[in-house]
Design a protein around this ligand. Structure first.
Ligand code: C5P
Length: 223
């Protein structure tokens, strides 16, 4: 009998896109499908963890045995993550969601109307909270894992982003064409340097990533 890698651990995961309303029927979102985050949730559960997914709008089925808090905006995702952390101690936080950096500050409570040829709505933006950076700054923080989808110079940006977000492990998607796809290729950045997980389907990569995370968590008492 092999004990599972994450038995008894609590894992909190953000996944999917966020949706920022412009008015009651329109909004700003992105092309994240949620597939990578949901695959990681499934892999963590299969490794024996108690898994909570905080998910933006996706068409995906909830992996067996995990729980989901469904949200739309980045602010709701932030608040759901903070209350999950306040409610129960989490051992690992994996931020996979493609969170909108900005929200529409002057969103309308009524549907915007097209009034004339030259008359365009003037959208104003405000910054959303950085969920990962906020969790990573907590004194009693879980082991934090961030994701990065850079379109160029991943090796350089990956290490820099790991430092900026102040996380022990940063996972880079190779190329920005991963959104919606079934396979992916990852680079893991940690204090040792970087390591590739070669192209495979997202479920295979998720299982490998969970094993990488589990070995780091068992090697450290400082989450
Ligand atoms: O800074 P950037 O958006 O590239 O960082 C990506 C990482 O930070 C991902 O892990 C993403 O889930 C997380 N993030 C977040 N809250 C934000 C923006 C990004 O948790 N507002």
């Amino acid at each position: 009998f092999q004990p599972k890698l994450l038995t008894g651990r609590r894992v909190l995961i953000t996944a999917g896109p966020t949706f920022e309303p412009i008015d009651p029927v329109r909004g700003i979102t992105n092309l994240s499908s949620g597939k990578m985050g949901y695959a990681i949730a499934q892999a963590a559960r299969e490794a024996g963890a108690v898994v909570t997914l905080v998910s933006g709008p996706t068409a995906l089925e909830l992996p067996y045995g995990t729980s989901r808090i469904a949200v739309q905006t980045a602010q709701q995702m932030h608040d759901a993550v903070m209350s999950a952390l306040a409610g129960q101690k989490q051992d690992i936080f994996i931020a996979v969601a493609a969170v909108a950096d900005w929200k529409v500050a002057n969103a309308s409570t009524q549907k915007l109307k097209k009034t004339g040829e030259q008359d365009m709505p003037q959208l104003q933006f405000a910054q959303n909270p950085d969920i990962l950076a906020n969790v990573a700054a907590m004194p009693d923080r879980p082991y934090c894992v961030g994701f990065a989808a850079e379109s160029e110079n991943l090796l350089q940006f990956g290490a820099a982003k790991r430092a900026k977000k102040n996380v022990p492990l940063l996972v880079g998607n190779i190329g920005h064409h991963t959104f919606g796809q079934d396979d992916n290729e990852l680079v893991l950045f940690d204090e040792q340097g970087h390591k590739n997980l070669p192209r495979a389907d997202k479920q295979t990569l998720a299982t490998q990533l969970i094993a990488e995370i589990a070995s780091r968590v068992s090697n450290t008492n400082r989450h």
